[in-house]
Design a protein around this ligand. Structure first.
Ligand SMILES: Cc1ncc(C[n+]2csc(CCOP(=O)(O)OP(=O)(O)O)c2C)c(N)n1
Ligand SMILES: [Mg+2]
Length: 1107
């Protein structure tokens, strides 16, 4: 019977109903209920496997703690318990009923999948609790029935008709042989009948009491953190929530010394089976110890039983006196270093800003113990990103940057000198932004590589960069399970909750091509952001709430308790090792001084700072603790401190003539790469014909039996034909050839961005989908024999510009032999990533001496798509270029370092072949430089925008072959193959980008043979030599700059002074002699009216020819 009944249960939709209801709980409950019930529901996801398990007899049986609670007990009148009506009933009567009933139903349904036992009344109480606090007392009063009654007589609807019959049958089986049923049933029936349990006797414990107790335990697991002693300053009066009050569940003082049994099938920690019986008092004490001490755990939002159980086990298992004397000495020593480092700096440089760590010095032992623990787990390298707060302390004490180096920077800093040059020093940056990397020994004798990534002032912007760099490290270290390379991000409380990039970064954490196997986050939560209180700075209770969206556990710690900090940090390292996902440690601390050492905090936070003034530092508290425990004497502590002062003083003395020895940007893979002042000869980028053909053929074929969409089949056939004929190579094919040839040379190629696999404009089709099986195939990933899986990566990204561009930037910085590209959907969306352009990409090399060859593809061009999809804001990238507008540098090819000195390259390329060469040039040089490409849109299919294979190869006499060979053309001269001198040309039109094709068409249309058109393919750095050559070629021509962008946009402001200087150099006037043809100034980038656009465009090209 039971088998039939249960299989019916399984098939009959109850489980499915449960799942549905669970989801609706999350969506529809009110704020408070959502939180309470959401926590429960997420912990115990409804699933058939969790409510059913095989009994020993081999039959599927229903766990007693997974009752078939799909029907609501709340709908029926409940018996009156000790003195009052059932809360649900009351709730139903007074109009709140629907919510309460709904909530209770959902709870029960959830509990069915949870392994939680319920007799319905407990659930009702919980439902009522969630629905309305005022029904609390009534709910508590519904508990009552103390005497066991036959199961079939229970009014609980979970024991409705059929299931109660089933249970009675099961009970009979159990009575005959307790071993014939699942142990959980055994426990259940023992409790129910009062028969002595396998454990010591539990006198008179009823199901109802079990249920209430269970809810109490759950309440601590979910909400214990709300009354944990987290704030070292104790500023807030903590209200004990009703659900943590035993009276809420009907327990009274009389119950405190009664013994209870707690144990739930498939649970770990406090609720696990086979727990000894304990008094209610002991249970409560233990719960408070576990959940309400100096660590508050938030994890019940994680919808994964295994993960919750793992944490429950760690949290709820007693670890009295966890650390021994030796360990405590190490912790103390580390805390001393963290504390005295700041004291020392404040004494020596009284008027310097350092954004000290005072108030959160325990971060230092916490981080170090976390790193040690991670190293024990096999981590070999950690990439760290952090803001200003405590950065110097972390640099000195955690990363182990030589203290003398830090001190020398404080004393005014010196430009690093080295034997090989004295120029490549960049602008430098303030000391609390600099990065560094070191190998550091760990407690267990391992070595671990730590790199602190340089970061700008813009808070949290470094987060995705750190992730990207870590991912690249994992690739190069062949760290497939992502255990050996990890990321550690530090945050401030204000910025963690306020900056959107935190969320954007979190959202990369589980994406196949972006995951790094978990990041550990530490928040230095000093409860203030500059002068802003949390109440004004965020709308959610904790500054860490964003992490809940991604199911990361959060450990809130009172940062005055150094051992708690160490414990939480170790647990975080364990979590990352175990589950490979993100985890957050929230160090609740304070800021002893102002935002920086020059600020007066009493102006804005007087009450807080009154408390802070008399608050003992964590180090003093730990001294006292260890002395009172008899673990260390005052003298021993003094001795330890003296040693630290000695070293600090010694380092200070040595800092006076400290000269950094090493150019650490050249480390590892970058050895041999050149700084701006070391000439890197320009190389050709053409490729042998046979290689082009071989690569071309491979990347234009699909596997046998693969069924592409018929349009894609045609695209691939056309690609194959392009290679066969050597003609008509289009944009997408030329990009694929650039990628393919770089791969064939052993480089790593990665392209990421929104919809890049197909291409926003449906031109790339780098990934092809089988129309029958849905399988995917990426030809470039199968170019070489035994090609490493990620060697070619093309990946659609999350819809974030800031996060993803930051990630790719970090990725590109790890190894120079990788072509890393980010493509914006449309160029205008790149503004979401403006921080990365401003703070990192345009100025990173200058500030921090770190190079990157990142390629940024920004679709740009006026095609009548309106103001949003026309412009990638070329003007911004040019304005940020540090190419000098009024000085012509050395342009002699063998001496030219112009492109090494400029901060980035900005190009607007017009032929597929030139695109091929500009991509390959990124790798075929001895330095790295960011490349901003204004990518075409309508040129992707333009019949005139084609190249022949002979422009890609390196053969003398072929069209691409210049005097030096085949390489990227910075300027493309007029296609008419004009002579060295063309005095008959009336007008020289210089332009850039796709407008060229329209100008050419117009020239032909009007037969303007006395007009020459010249394309500036590389705008920055400006190709002075070639511009002079071309202007000189047309000695009588009027010089015109033509652009389709409005006058205040596009390249005009950049080009004008440069062309003026060219004219001046050729004695042909200056500014006034350079004419502008283009749209007038405008606030919007383009018109939204198609007709108007066409008219404007027509006028531009017409004027370029005739006016
Ligand atoms: C994006 C950004 N906005 C504003 C600032 C200016 N700023 C620097 S520190 C700071 C307060 C940061 O507060 P919090 O994150 O709590 O860190 P704390 O200084 O308290 O350690 C602000 C607003 C900044 N650096 N970056
Ligand atoms: Mg803060």
């Amino acid at each position: 019977m039971s088998q039939r009944l249960l299989s019916g249960f399984l098939r009959g939709g109850r489980v499915a109903t449960a799942a549905r209801c669970q989801r609706s709980t999350c969506r529809r409950s009110g704020a408070r209920s959502v939180r309470d019930f959401g926590s429960y529901t997420s912990l115990y996801p409804c699933s058939s496997s969790s409510s059913l398990h095989p009994s020993r007899s081999g039959l599927w049986s229903l766990s007693p703690f997974s009752s078939s609670a799909s029907s609501s007990p709340i709908c029926r009148p409940l018996p009156l318990g000790r003195g009052g009506a059932g809360a649900p009933l009351a709730a139903a009567r007074d109009g709140r009923g629907a919510a309460a009933i709904g909530a209770a139903r959902r709870y029960l349904i959830t509990a069915a999948g949870s392994g939680a036992t319920t007799d319905g009344k407990g659930a009702a109480a919980t439902a009522a609790a969630s629905a309305d606090a005022s029904s609390a007392a009534a709910a508590a009063a519904t508990f009552g029935a103390q005497t066991p009654v036959p199961l079939s007589k229970l009014t609980d609807s979970f024991l409705n008709g059929t299931s109660s019959v089933y249970l009675e049958e099961l009970q009979r089986t159990w009575e005959l042989d307790p071993n014939s049923v699942d142990p959980s049933w055994d426990t259940f029936f023992r409790n129910f009948t009062g028969r002595p349990a396998a454990q010591a006797g539990v006198s008179g414990q009823t199901i109802q009491e079990s249920m209430r107790l269970l809810l109490l335990v759950k309440a601590y697991q979910v909400n214990g953190h709300t009354i944990a002693k987290l704030d070292p300053l104790g500023l807030k009066q903590l209200q004990v929530p009703q659900e943590l009050d035993p009276a809420w569940y009907g327990f009274t003082e009389a119950d405190m010394d009664r013994e209870f049994f707690l144990g739930v099938w498939n649970m770990s920690g406090f609720l696990s089976e086979n727990r000894p019986v304990r008094t209610l008092r002991a249970i409560l004490e233990r719960l408070k110890q576990a959940y309400c001490g100096t660590i508050g755990y938030e994890y019940m939002h994680i919808p994964d039983r295994e993960r919750c159980n793992w944490l429950r086990d760690k949290i709820e298992t007693l670890t009295p006196g966890k650390y021994g004397k030796n360990r405590r000495e190490v912790i103390l020593d580390r805390l001393m270093w963290g504390t005295h480092f700041e004291n020392f700096l404040s004494q020596k440089w009284t008027a310097s800003k350092r954004f000290g760590l005072e108030g959160c010095e325990t971060l230092i032992p916490g981080m170090k113990e976390m790193i040690d623990r991670a190293a024990d787990h096999g981590v070999e390298s950690i990439v760290i990103g952090m803001p200003h707060r405590g950065r110097l302390n972390v640099l000195g004490n955690v990363v182990r940057k030589p203290l003398r180096h830090i001190f020398s920077e404080f004393s005014g800093g010196m430009k690093p000198a080295s034997s090989d040059n004295t120029i490549y020093n960049g602008s430098g940056d303030v000391k609390y932004h600099l990065g560094t990397s070191y190998d550091r020994p760990t407690r267990s004798g391992n070595r671990i590589h730590l790199s602190l990534v340089a970061n700008p002032s813009h808070l949290e912007a470094v987060d995705p960069v750190v992730m990207g760099k870590t991912r690249a490290k994992q690739y190069y270290a062949m760290d497939k399970d992502r255990k050996r390379n990890m990321a550690l991000l530090l945050h401030g409380d204000g910025s963690f909750s306020g900056q959107g990039v935190v969320y954007e970064t979190f959202h990369l954490s589980d994406l196949p091509n972006y995951t790094i196997g978990g990041t550990i986050h530490i928040v230095v939560n000093n409860q203030v952001a500059f002068t802003t209180d949390p109440r004004s700075g965020r709308s959610s209770p904790y500054c860490t709430d964003v992490a809940k969206a991604l199911n990361a556990p959060i450990f809130h710690v009172n940062a005055d308790d150094v051992e708690a900090v160490v414990h939480a940090c170790e647990l975080a390292a364990d979590w990352r090792n175990q589950f490979g996902s993100d985890v957050v440690v929230d160090l609740v601390c304070y800021r002893r001084f102002g935002h920086n050492e020059m600020d007066e905090p009493m102006f804005t936070q007087p009450s807080m700072y009154k408390v802070i003034k008399s608050h003992k530092p964590a180090l003093d508290q730990y001294h006292q603790k260890l002395i009172s425990m008899g673990q260390l004497t005052k003298e021993e502590i003094k001795k330890m401190e003296n040693r630290i002062f000695e070293i600090l003083n010694e380092e200070f003395v040595n800092s006076k003539d400290y000269v950094p020895q090493r150019r650490d940007w050249l480390a590892n893979y970058w050895a041999g790469f050149k700084g701006a002042e070391q000439l890197s000869r320009i190389r050709n980028t053409g490729v042998k014909q046979e290689i082009l053909r071989e690569v071309g053929a491979k990347i234009s074929s699909l596997p046998e039996g693969f069924t592409p969409h018929k349009a894609i089949k045609r695209v691939y056939e056309q690609r194959a034909q392009m290679i066969e004929t050597g003609e008509g190579i289009d944009w997408a094919m030329s990009e694929a050839l650039a990628f393919g040839t770089l791969l064939a040379e052993g480089n790593h190629v990665r392209l990421s961005g929104q919809d890049v696999e197909r291409g926003t404009f449906s031109h790339r089709h780098a990934v092809v989908h089988d129309q029958t099986t849905g399988e995917k195939y990426t030809p470039l990933a199968h170019l070489l024999e035994q090609q490493r899986p990620e060697m070619f990566t093309v990946s659609n990204s999350s819809l974030s510009e800031f996060g993803v561009l930051g990630f790719e930037l970090g990725y590109s910085m790890e190894n120079p032999n990788s072509l890393v590209c980010w493509e914006a959907q449309f160029g205008d969306f790149a503004n979401g990533a403006q921080v990365i352009f401003d703070q990192f990409l345009s100025s990173g090399e200058t500030k921090w001496l770190r190079q990157t060859g990142l390629v940024v593809l920004l679709p740009h061009g006026y095609d009548g798509q309106g103001p949003e999809h026309s412009s990638a804001r070329l003007e911004r990238f040019l304005q940020m270029s540090d190419d000098h507008p009024m000085k012509i540098p050395e342009m002699e090819p063998t001496l030219r370092t112009q492109i090494q000195e400029v901060n980035w390259q900005v190009v607007n390329v017009t032929t597929p072949a030139n695109y091929f060469h500009v991509l390959r040039r990124q790798i075929h040089r001895d330095f790295r430089k960011p490349l901003i490409v204004m990518s075409p849109k309508n040129l992707l299919r333009h019949q005139a925008c084609r190249s022949s294979l002979s422009e890609f190869d390196d053969m003398s006499g072929h069209p691409g072959f210049d005097i030096q060979g085949t390489r990227f053309k910075r300027i493309i001269k007029d296609v008419k193959r004009h002579q060295d001198k063309e005095p008959g040309i009336r007008r020289l039109v210089l332009c850039s980008g796709k407008v060229y094709y329209e100008l050419e068409e117009e020239r032909q249309r009007v037969g303007a043979d006395d007009v020459a058109i010249c394309r500036v393919e590389q705008l920055s750095p400006f190709p002075w030599d070639l511009a002079i050559r071309e202007v000189n070629r047309y000695s009588n021509a009027e010089v015109v700059w033509c652009q389709e962008e409005p006058m205040n946009m596009g390249a005009w402001s950049f080009i004008h002074p440069r062309l003026a200087l060219v004219m001046k150099r050729l004695n042909r006037g200056g500014h006034d002699e350079v004419k502008y043809v283009g749209r007038p100034p405008s606030s919007a980038t383009a018109t939204g009216f198609g007709g108007l656009h066409a008219q404007e465009q027509r006028e531009v090209v017409e004027k370029a020819m005739v006016e």
